[in-house]
Design a binder for this molecule. Structure first.
Ligand code: UDP
Length: 318
């Protein structure tokens, strides 16, 4: 298939673009490089640098079989301080993309949605039918895009799949996580192991969880990429399918830090700080729907594997 990958210079986008190239697809990456890295774009993909809202209509006129839409602002804290950046950058840009797809008859869309669309869950594991009440602007913008996709699919016959990621981690060889502003737990812990930070603060030790720290569901970025490939093959015209992607197993922040200590052999000093606003106590996915309908199964659910792959990537980059 000829595929447009938006945000293909970012973490998840670059891993997916790499897998798409490897599996024989004709890949065009569009990215404004505001947070992505040009050297993360896989060899074999064509790269167009620019603002998605401007570039997409021109590119899609060439004729594409589908779009994988990763490009987004994704920092929860920033989304609360500068919501306009998220409503414009995420929602408005995605609407421009949907309109361009409609205009040029692009039949398929796979969208990077997020567990943040659910907010504080009433029940775990979280099903796709759970209420969507995002607790931050980032999640609200992703949910708004999901709603737009639903109505475009129904009205214009778009074949759409939204994938709601839980906590993505790990790396795929030279493709890994490197944000300029790092806020995610595993990369921060590995920065301590690399000597780039003195210590880490664990946010909150009084949550209603077995060890008092938050519990998250970590999914290997390569398992996530495979889900995108499957989603492309299972998209149905006129339908918007939504799938959660996690392993169904939660690990507490303490367990994550301890696993990082074991994998890296570093002491990784950690202290406790106040809770981070907007952090739910437990986020664990039910991925039964992805398993049943996409035939997806995480091949690397072990936290040690996920951390080891992230550590190898981090060390290789120095
Ligand atoms: N976290 C932490 N210290 C940090 C960064 C994150 O204790 O320096 C915690 C955070 O409060 C949450 C968990 O790690 O409980 C996962 O956070 P992350 O930002 O990686 O992902 P999120 O679940 O917010 O998408």
């Amino acid at each position: 298939m000829k595929l447009l990958v938006t945000g293909g210079a970012g973490y998840v986008g670059s891993v997916c673009a790499a897998r798409l190239v490897e599996t024989g697809h004709d890949v065009v990456v569009v990215d404004d490089l505001s947070t992505g890295h040009a050297d993360a774009i896989p060899e074999g993909a064509r790269f167009v640098e620019g603002d998605l809202a401007e570039v997409a209509p021109k590119l899609l006129a060439e004729g594409f079989d589908g779009v994988l839409h990763f490009a987004a602002k994704s920092l929860v804290g920033e989304s609360m301080q500068d919501p306009g950046k998220y409503w414009n950058g995420n929602v408005l840009t995605s609407l421009r993309l949907l309109d361009a797809m409609r205009e040029h008859g692009t039949p398929r869309l796979v969208f990077s949605s997020t567990a943040a669309t659910y907010g504080e869950p009433e029940q775990v594991p979280i099903l796709e039918t759970a209420p969507t009440r995002p607790t931050n602007t980032y999640g609200a913008t992703k949910l708004a895009i999901d709603h737009a996709i639903t109505s475009y699919a129904a009205a214009h016959g778009l074949a759409a799949v939204s994938l709601r990621y839980f906590n993505v981690a790990g790396a795929y060889g030279s493709f890994g996580e490197r944000h300029t502003t790092e806020t995610h737990l595993i990369p921060i812990v590995l920065q301590v192991a690399m000597g780039k930070r003195d210590k880490l603060s664990i946010y909150g030790e009084d949550y209603p969880t077995p060890d008092g720290t938050c519990v998250r569901d970590y999914i290997h970025v390569l398992d996530l990429a495979e889900a995108h490939l499957l989603a492309l093959g299972h998209a149905v015209a006129g339908e918007h399918q939504i799938f959660n992607l996690g392993t169904g197993t939660g690990f507490s922040n303490r367990e994550v830090v301890q696993t990082c200590r074991e994998v890296t052999g570093h002491a990784i000093p950690a202290d406790f700080a106040d809770r981070r606003p907007g952090d739910p106590a437990i986020l664990v996915a039910s991925s039964d729907a992805a398993s049943t309908r996409l035939g997806w199964k995480p091949e690397r659910p072990d936290l040690r594997t996920i951390v080891s792959d992230a550590w190898e990537f981090t060390r290789a980059r120095g």
